[in-house]
Design a protein around this ligand. Sequence first.
Ligand code: NPW
Ligand code: ADP
Ligand code: K
Length: 489
Amino acid sequence: MRKIFDAQQIRNWDAYTIAQEPIASIDLMERASIAFTDRLLSLFSDKDFTIFCGKGNNGGDGLAIARMLVAMNRKVEVYVVDYSAQASPDFVVNYDRLTSLTTIHSIKTLKDFPVIGQNCVVVDAILGSGTNRPVEGILKDVIQEINQSKLPVISVDIASGLYVSQPIARGNTIIQPDYTLTFEAPKLAFLMPQNQLYVGEWECLPIGLSREYVQNTSTSFFWTDMVSLKKRAKFSHKGTFGHALLAVGSYGSIGAAVLSAKACLRSGVGLLTTYIPACGYEIMQSSVPEAMCQTDPAEKELSVCPDLEKYTVIGIGCGLGKSEKTKAFLNVLLRQVKSPLVLDADALNIMAEEADMLALIPAKSVLTPHPKELQRLIGTWENDFEKLEKVKVFSQKYNCIVLVKGMHTAVVLPNQEVHFNSTGNPGMATGGSGDVLTGIITALIAQGYSSEEAAIIGVFKHGEAGDIASQERGQMAMLPSDIIDKLRW
Ligand SMILES: NC(=O)C1=CN([C@@H]2O[C@H](COP(=O)(O)OP(=O)(O)OC[C@H]3O[C@@H](n4cnc5c(N)ncnc54)[C@H](OP(=O)(O)O)[C@@H]3O)[C@@H](O)[C@H]2O)[C@@H](O)CC1
Ligand SMILES: Nc1ncnc2c1ncn2[C@@H]1O[C@H](COP(=O)(O)OP(=O)(O)O)[C@@H](O)[C@H]1O
Ligand SMILES: [K+]
């Protein structure tokens, strides 16, 4: 798990490193530029480079990168966008270091914009984490020209025009890079679905910023890039790992029930009972023989709440449907249950329609809505930052863990922490992937993980299995069943 900092914290992190390591600011810039150049050349070994620089430290990086490429006899053209009379001190130093080695062109008006060679990669070093307002004038013109160039674009630290930790307004002009190589840590902006055009593929380049600063600085945003699991004790038995109930399925959606059950069993649960409509009995018994199966008196839907006493945790919702009988079933279940639930799909849709049911959510339940289901619960949002704020309010109000599913699923905790997931791929964007996740999280809670841990670990391992499945089958061919198949614990 890593901390994610906002723009001000990143500035402080640089300053703290400079003061405490200690290292001169210009040398830290050199370190960053070496890291960038190394990676740039491994990505584009046979390309020429056109580098556009601003006049702050991001531009300073661009000039240093240009110098390193020139020293390696690479073909480089360097342009400084002359949008301001001010330049940062480290920009000036790097300008002086480069000026005797190559021509540094200036772009004052659009007439100065070059014709870029077709073998070129464009390096965007115009604005970095200091971007604090929409670009105008020559900056805007240059960014638009670069976006129209159709050449590969790679941004230094962050796309010029994009804010590190604030929403962008509609109509802002921003570089649309193919790649972003960012320094040290992920930026909040990269994790927001609305910014996908302005990030491209991204990776972090370590530049040795202070570890001590990370330890001493608090944040509510985290990046889950690894998880740790409890070891199973040698003398453990099936009772050690809990008894889960999955209340799932309706006529036509027994597959959802089967997927959640298989995923639960593949995630270490001690015992699993599925509670399903009568029509699903043979399907469940023959496709998931490891699960016990209890059926509802109704043929096609869940209608009567079973005895819940013996279960460690209950997962509910996958393929449930929203019939009146099922709504009544859920209402009774919510009034009887004392321990946390994992609530998915139609369980959430029913609750969104019957607002008084929300007040019945047991503390520390995990809610796993996809974007549409989330909208039914919290209403619409202006931008992804506002969405997260609304989810935080909901999570605190109902003392529950809420997932914002998608690429980089966010796990929002009642203590207001937001944990973004690093695993997963668009091959998972297919019906049934969410049912698998419900089974996984239910199994983890059954084994004694807290709801918070279960949600964070479950989302990570779900995505990890999805990544293995996509490597083997490709994103288009992979199925939710493949995600289950590739779970490794
Ligand atoms: N030693 C370090 O700290 C290290 C830093 N590193 C690098 O520094 C980068 C951050 O550099 P930076 O802070 O100088 O900001 P940068 O993004 O270059 O902007 C420059 C100035 O432009 C202005 N401005 C903002 N928006 C604007 C707009 N829309 N239109 C016009 N002007 C606008 C604004 O100044 P203002 O006008 O508000 O006074 C801003 O200060 C970072 O991304 C990384 O690449 C690495 O080398 C590692 C070591
Ligand atoms: N582009 C994507 N990248 C990574 N994961 C994704 C992507 N799209 C969807 N997923 C994951 O797949 C799952 C889909 O869940 P959901 O929409 O509820 O599926 P269903 O209800 O059909 O089972 C979620 O865990 C989500 O995070
Ligand atoms: K940039």
